[in-house]
Structure formats: C-alpha cells, structure tokens
Write a protein that binds this ligand. Structure first.
Ligand code: ATP
Ligand code: MG
Length: 562
C-alpha cells in the first residue's frame, strides 16, 4: 500500500531521515539477523519488512545475516528455509548475505584486544556461580574471585580455551565492566563459552563460541550497519552494545534502535514453542497451514503482498501491543478479493436431480471469473440433470429467514436456472440423501422474464462433470486469544483447529490447478491448492472465510455518516 504523500513517518523512519538530514549518516545500511534455529514466523515478517523497507526507501541496502553463534541449535534446513521465506516475502539481499560465523576470527582477535586492555578476563566460576554472583535488580553483584587475574594469565587461559584444553562449561571469557551497575547486562557479561560442538559452517574449527551480546554489535560494525533495528527486549542491552563499540577498534559505529515486537491474538510467536509443536507432532510440520510461520502462512494461501500490507497497517511503535488476528485476515481478504478467481465447489454434497431436465443432456453457462477484475474474463461451467449443492443449503423444516432450499421453495442456482424443490428423498435411517427438483427453462442465465427473484442464490456443481477433492478447514490454533495466559500453552491448543472434509466436489477447472494456486469458492471463502494434492485428488486449504469481522469492528468504531 503506498502511503498518501505527507503521511507521518514512524519513529524509526524519522530517526533515519533525521540522521541523513543532519549529516550524521551519509547512507543507510540495515540488517535482518535471524538465528537459524527454527523457521521464520510472522513476527519476523514485521522485522523483515521494516529492515528491508527502510533500506529501500532511503536508497541503502539491507543485509541478511545469519546469527549463527549457537551450533547446538542451528541447522542447514533452517538456513535454507529462512532464505526461501525472505525471498517469498518479496525482498532481496543481493550480494549482502553474511554469517556471524564469518567473523569468528576477528571477534577472537578483538577479545584478545580487550584482555590486553584489562577489559576482559577468564572466569573459572561455573554458570550457577556466575548467576549467584550477578545480584538482582535491587542488589549489586559481587566480583568473581578471578576478576583480577593478570593479563598474561588471561591471555594464556583464553588461548588454551580456544585450543580445546578444557571441557564445556569449565571457563568463560567475561567483559570487565561493573558488577555494581544498575543494569544487570553490564555486570561483567559473558563474551565466550566453551562448546565442543560442530558448526554447520565452521565445522570443528572452534570449540569456543561468542555470545549474542558480544557478536551482534561487532558484526554490525564489520558490515557497516548504520541502524541496527531490534525488538524492545534488547533495550537494556544497548549500553553493552555501545560499550563494546566504544572499546574496540571497530571500522564503523552502528546505532541500535528498538521497536515493539509483533504480538497477535490467538498466536504464539516463539520459535522454541513452535519447534515443540513440530517435534510433538501436534501439527503437520513447520509449514502446517495453522502455524504462524511464513512457510505455514504461505501453504495456507496468504499472499506475500497481504503480509507486506499488514506490516504497513500495524506500523512500527515503541510500545508493546497485541494486534487482533482479524486485522491480518482483513489484509488477506483485501488482496484475494482483487486477485482470486471465483469458482464453485461443494464441500458437503447433497445430490439434486432435476426431474424435468433431459436425461443425457448437458449445457454450459458462462460465469464471471472475478467481478472485481473484468480482465479476469469468464469461464464455462457445465450443467446437467444431476447436480450437487451444499447439504447446509437444504432444510426440511426451515426456520423463518432460512431462504434456501426446502420442500416447495424456489432458489436461484448461480449463473444457471431457478430450481424448485419438490421432494426430499431419505434413506432407511431418515437422512436426506437426494432432492428431487424441477427447473424453469425460462430462467436460463439466472433471471426470470416475469421479474420474480428468489431470495437465495446457491452454488452448485454438475455431478458427472465435477471432480473430487479433499478440503481442509482451519480455525485458530488456540482456543483463547491470549494462549498460555493462565497455564500451559499446550492446554490451550484448539482440538478443532483442523477439519478435513473428503468427498468434496469441485467444478472441473479446479481439478488441474498448480500447487499454491488461490481461488475463491463462491459463498465459502478463499482456498489454496495444498502440496499434498495428487493427480485426480486435489487437496485444498481454506485460507480464510469470506466474513470479515475486522471490517465490522472497524465500521462500529467509526460510525459512518451515511
Ligand atoms: P523467537 O522469539 O521467536 O525465538 P528470536 O527473536 O529469537 O525469535 P531471531 O532469529 O533472533 O529470533 O530474530 C531475528 C530478528 O527478528 C530479530 O531482530 C528479532 O528482534 C526479530 N523478531 C523476532 N520476533 C519478532 C516479533 N514478534 N516481532 C518483530 N520482530 C521480531
Ligand atoms: Mg533472538
């Protein structure tokens, strides 16, 4: 969505614009720094749109940097998936693909620089002891007994750590800052830990890995990042970020700015939890259409354009908030309404036999592909004596206001004829299995010469021409809008988040759409072809229903004057 001219910039763009205007910066370089320990989710999409968006708008560029400093949790599968997801979202890092692991040698040298300057030391305390010494928000920390180690001893020990002489956890390298600092992050933070683990890129070259706090800012500086944009939980880390930059001979001076992360109702955005859902097989995988991952969202049928628009609509703020999931769906409908062609599909078929329609005849009707887009043209839909309609569109004893099929009732079949229900045929158990109806040949195309107009228009398919399909309907993954707020996250999983319908019947053109194709099933919602499809048996995912609760909420909030 292009913003109208004069639209105020968000606070990040304001900072960037001001830095350029004042001459503090002459160019803009940002980065998106995922840790390859899981798949990207929609929260990351916000960060991607911001980082790549800002770079594009201000004529700079955005780096894709893998923050690969923890080999025990990182995998090539994730690295590949992350690249595919960023590309799918519509962004291109060009030649600017980097890895924190590329900087391991430089980071190691700079650690030695700090040791020599008396600003880092090797600590023999265990992780537990370090935690004990750290103090609390109200109490200062206590110095480690190893804090005053001579430089030469630190240099020797650090080198031996690097050479693999010590087991995991035996020693760490810490920055020597201030154990009494009001900011716990400044209480001699750990810079390096021993980890005898093979790395996806550096293999066994290192048994010593830098922490996020040490690696991140220095990686930014090495890449000439001007604006290092991250989420609010890093605000308290900024003094440390700045301390390293100030105390090392880095080639550039990046600045960190924090913005509020995306939170969404009915959604958990935590890679750790999503990994758990995958490992415990609560979902079909990382790309399950119910997952908030970009691969899941893509498989569900959300267009990338809708996600970019969503990122614009929610904006970038300094304060945490929770966005209504309906706002995301609104963006999805908005794009699909313009771009998805209409088709007819019957999800729970009920047979209709037109008693006065000739036995072995068929005809075709022209149907508009997309009323929102005349260029989408028309298609031909076959019609014959035996049809399927939606089981829900018939009631034997209809309540008031139910205008669809019931004995004696006339309805319009979309783009075809008016039909009148004459009789409901039942099986031995009393279940309705077929409707005997008649059609009015004078209503061909969906209008009557005498001007009568049924209150209901139904979708339908010709039984003989239709193709079979499986259709998967989705609901929220969680039963509550704030999952986990009152206990275990897993207890809030929605047991009915997926409903699989088999035996659905689709108009013939839907039989050979490619995987990923998106259509609107008339009256039912937007759907997308799932990769589980095989020739002769398509599988569709329901992307989103047609009902736009968000638009209604908005309309209520701003009453129209009409
Ligand atoms: P998670 O909390 O899901 O495990 P993470 O922050 O550990 O995510 P990273 O790979 O470190 O994942 O994230 C890469 C970038 O995406 C970081 O700059 C991070 O701030 C940003 N990011 C992560 N989650 C969100 C979110 N919900 N909203 C906005 N940005 C996010
Ligand atoms: Mg992180």
């Amino acid at each position: 969505m292009s913003e109208p001219a004069g639209e105020p910039l968000d606070f990040i763009r304001e900072i960037v614009a001001e830095d350029l205007k004042s001459g503090r910066r002459s160019s803009v370089v940002t980065r998106f720094p995922p840790e390859p320990n899981g798949y990207l989710h929609i929260g990351h999409a916000k960060s991607i749109c911001l980082n790549f968006g800002v770079a594009l708008e201000f004529g700079g560029h955005c780096n894709l940097r893998f923050d690969d400093t923890n080999p025990t949790k990182e995998e090539q599968e994730y690295i590949d998936a992350i690249q595919a997801d960023v590309r799918w979202l519509g962004f291109d890092w060009g030649r600017h693909l980097y890895h924190a692991s590329d900087y391991f040698p430089q980071l190691y040298e700079w650690a030695i620089h700090l040791i020599k300057a008396g600003k880092a030391y090797v600590d023999d305390l265990s992780a537990d002891e370090i935690r004990e010494h750290r103090g609390t928000l109200t109490e200062p920390g206590r110095n480690s007994p190893w804090r005053e180690r001579p430089v030469a001893e630190n240099l020797d020990l650090f080198e031996r750590m690097r050479n693999g002489e010590f087991p995991d956890g035996a020693r760490v390298l810490r920055a020597k800052i201030d154990m009494a600092s009001g900011n716990i992050n400044m209480r001699d933070p750990v810079m390096y830990r021993i980890l005898h683990a093979s790395h996806p890129r550096t293999a066994d070259a290192w048994c010593l890995y830098p922490t996020y706090d040490y690696a991140h800012g220095q990686s930014d500086a090495l890449e000439g990042i001007t604006h290092s944009l991250c989420t609010l939980e890093f605000e308290d880390h900024r003094p440390l970020y700045d301390w390293f930059i100030a105390n090392l001979p880095v080639p550039s001076r990046p600045c960190q700015h924090e913005f509020a992360r995306l939170n969404l109702t009915y959604t958990v955005l935590s890679k750790r939890f999503l990994l758990r859902l995958v490992n415990e097989k609560r979902v079909r995988g990382w790309d399950d259409p119910r997952m908030p991952t970009l691969s899941g969202i893509r498989r569900r049928g959300f267009p990338a354009e809708a996600l970019r628009r969503f990122a614009e609509v929610i904006g970038v703020a300094r304060r945490e908030s929770v966005v209504d999931y309906a706002a995301l769906e609104h963006c999805v409908r908005d794009v699909l309404n313009r771009t998805a062609e209409r088709r007819m599909a019957v999800l729970r078929p009920l047979k209709v036999v037109l008693e006065n329609y000739p036995q072995d005849e068929a005809e075709e009707f022209e149907a508009v592909n997309n009323p929102e887009d005349p260029a989408a043209g028309v298609r031909r839909v076959p019609f014959s004596r035996e049809l399927y309609v939606e089981r829900d569109d018939f009631m034997e004893d209809p309540p008031k206001k139910f205008y669809r099929l019931s004995p004696g009732r006339e309805v319009r079949l979309r783009s075809a004829y008016f039909i009148t229900c004459r009789e409901a045929m039942k099986d031995a158990s009393g279940e309705v299995v077929e409707l005997r109806c008649t059609y009015d040949p004078a209503t061909r195309g969906g209008a009557a010469p005498d001007g009568r107009s049924p209150k209901a228009t139904l979708h339908w398919v010709s039984a003989a021409h239709s193709v079979p399909a499986e259709v998967r309907l989705y609901d929220y993954l969680f039963t509550r809008s704030d999952p986990g707020a009152e206990g275990e996250l897993l207890d809030d999983l929605n047991p009915k988040s997926e409903e699989v319908l088999t035996g659905c019947r689709l108009e013939p053109l839907l039989g050979d759409l490619p995987v990923g194709a998106r259509v609107q099933f008339e009256r039912l919602g937007y759907f997308c072809v799932d990769p589980d499809s095989v020739p002769g048996r398509a599988v569709f995912n329901r992307t989103v229903t047609l009902r736009d609760t968000w638009a209604r909420v908005q309309a209520k909030a701003t009453p129209s004057t009409a």
